[in-house]
Design a protein around this ligand. Sequence first.
Ligand SMILES: Cc1cc2nc3c(=O)[nH]c(=O)nc-3n(C[C@H](O)[C@H](O)[C@H](O)COP(=O)(O)OP(=O)(O)OC[C@H]3O[C@@H](n4cnc5c(N)ncnc54)[C@H](O)[C@@H]3O)c2cc1C
Length: 416
Amino acid sequence: MKVLVLGAGVVGTAAAWYLSRDGHDITVIDRREAAGLETSFANGGQVSPSHAQPWANPTVLPKVLKWLGHEDAPLLFRWNRWDPALWAWGLRFLANCPSRRAKINLERTLRVALYSRICLQQLRAETGIEYDQRTLGILHVYRDRREFDHAAAAADLMGRWGLRRLEKSAKDCVALEPALAASAAQLAGGILTPEDESGDAHKFTTALAALAEARGVQFRYGVTVQALVKDGDRVTGVQTDTGMLSADAIVLAAGSFSPLLARPLGLRLPVIPAKGYSITLPVEGDGAPTVSITDDEFKMVYSRLGNRLRAAGTAEMTGYDTSLNPARWHLIRDRAKALFPLAGDYSQAEPWTGLRPVTPDSVPLLGATPLKGLFLNTGHGTLGWTMACGSGRIIADVVAERQPDISMDGLGLERF
Ligand SMILES: Cc1cc2nc3c(=O)[nH]c(=O)nc-3n(C[C@H](O)[C@H](O)[C@H](O)COP(=O)(O)OP(=O)(O)OC[C@H]3O[C@@H](n4cnc5c(N)ncnc54)[C@H](O)[C@@H]3O)c2cc1C
C-alpha cells in the first residue's frame, strides 16, 4: 500500500517506523529541513504516563480564575481575541471538567501512555536506539500539603489502572535525588513513578528517522503540504508546493497544524496550539538532578539529557505565535534556579518555545475518519513524546485493518 505520513515530528516518525514493518511504500513529508524540528525539538523530555491527569478537571477552574491576568501563570488563556476555534475548544474544555469526565479522560490517556511506554522499551531493545535516555523513574514533588494529598488520591486511581506510584516523604525525595537537597525545606513530599523514563525526543526522532530510512521509508523534507485531495468520500493524495502526491492511505500527524489541513475537507479537529517554553543548560558539578522531576505546583518538568539539563513548562493559548516572550522564559529559568541552584550556569540557558497540539479532553485523536484513506495521529498535547510509539503502532494496525493491542474506545474523532 502507498502511504503518506504528513509530519516528521516524533509522532509522525514513530508512525512511519511502525508502518514500515508492514512492508508499505511509505513517504513522510515535512516542510522543515529535517525531522523533529518543531514541537518535538526541545520538550520536557519525559516519558511520563504519570502525567496523564487531564488539564480539564474539577480543580482547574478555580486555578485558572486565580491566574487570570498573571503573566507568570502556569496556564494562561488569552481570550481577548475573537477566534471561534478557541472559543469552541474552551466550551468543550469546560464540559470535560466535571470529575466523572476527568476520570474517563484519565483512563483513556493512561491506556495509550502505558502501552506506549512498553512499545518504546521494545523498540529500544530491538534497535539499540540511543537518545540520552534514563530509566530512573519520575519523581513528582509538592510544596503544599493539600496538593500532595490530592495528588496521592489521583495516584491511587492511576494505580488501579496499572501505573505503579509510590508516596515519598520529603526526606525520601532528597535521598532519591540529592540535587533536591538545596531546596529540601520547601518540600511537603513526593510521588515516585519508578517505571517512567526520560530522554531527548529530538535525538530519538532523528535516530528513528535514520532507522526508518534504512528500512526504505522515504523522507521528503522542505516540502509543504498545501491541501489534502479528495475524490468523493476518499482522500486520494496531497497537493504540495512541489506537486501532487497520490496515496492509498494518509496519516495526518502534523501536530498543531493538523486541524488546518483537515478543515477544508469538512473535518473539524478540536485541536489548538498551547505554547510552552523550555530552557536547556550545560550541567556543571553535581547540582543537577539525574532522576527526572515534575514540580506539580508550577507545572514544570526537569530532565537530565546527558550533560545538559532541560527545564520546561507553562502553557499559553495564544494562537500559532512561537515568539520568545522574555518574561515567560525568564520565569522558567528562575524557577529552575530556585529548585536546582547549583545545576549549572544559568546565564548559558538556551530558551525555546513549541506548540503543543491540545484537545479539550487531553486525549489524542487516533484512528480512522469518515473519509476513507485518511487516518488521524494527532492532538497529543502535553504527552506527544510519551505516546508517540504506542500511537504509531496503533495507527499501523488501523491502516492494516488489524485489531490494535489496546481498546480504541474513546480515542477517535467520533467522541466529539
Ligand atoms: C514546553 C513543552 C514541553 C513538553 N514536554 C513534554 C514531555 O516532557 N513529555 C511529552 O511526552 N511531551 C511533552 N511535550 C509535548 C510534545 O512535545 C508534543 O506533544 C509532541 O512533540 C507533538 O509531536 P508531533 O509530532 O505531533 O508534532 P510536531 O513535533 O510539531 O511535528 C509536526 C510536524 O508537522 C510538520 N508540518 C506541519 N504542517 C505541515 C505542512 N503543512 N506541510 C508539511 N509539514 C508540516 C511540522 O514541520 C512538524 O515537523 C511538551 C511540549 C512543550 C511545548
